[in-house]
Design a protein around this ligand. Structure first.
Ligand code: ZN
Ligand code: ZN
Length: 140
């Protein structure tokens, strides 16, 4: 796709944010998506890292620029939902990485009824796009 100047202009992120607005307008208003040089560097070290939360400010989801070159719509939507899960739980000081990762995915499952899948080979968060459509229709 054409080069984008902000992660929030990517169609997969727009789709997830449209879903979020129905579920939690306050959180939707609060969250910002930004490109992040630290995220770019971490992606170079670990090819499955494309995003993180709570780095710049608590409400910012940071993205590596490569996410939008390397990943499918379903993967970007999966990562975006996972990070929204982190936004829902908030920072979890004292928790292990495993615990906070699990908590983020569980928050997404509870709020949207969407299961985040870790698809091989890179175990990158992925969603079934039909589940997003369904969650759109079944907005609570
Ligand atoms: Zn960052
Ligand atoms: Zn995570």
């Amino acid at each position: 796709m054409a080069r984008i100047d902000s992660p929030s202009k990517h169609p997969a992120i727009k789709q997830v944010m449209r879903l979020l607005v129905w579920h939690d307008p306050v959180l939707h208003h609060h969250i910002k998506h930004e490109f992040c040089g630290v995220c770019d560097d971490r992606h170079k070290q670990d090819s499955r890292l494309f995003s993180h939360s709570f780095h710049r400010r608590d409400n910012v989801i940071c993205w590596a620029r490569n996410a939008f070159r390397e990943l499918s719509h379903a993967q970007i939507a999966g990562i975006c939902l996972h990070e929204i899960g982190h936004q829902m739980t908030g920072p979890m000081p004292g928790a292990t990485e495993y615990e906070s990762e699990k908590a983020a995915d569980l928050a997404v499952l509870r709020e949207f009824g969407i299961e985040i899948i870790y698809a091989k080979p890179r175990l990158i968060q992925t969603v079934d796009l039909d589940q997003i459509q369904k969650a759109m229709l079944e907005r609570r």
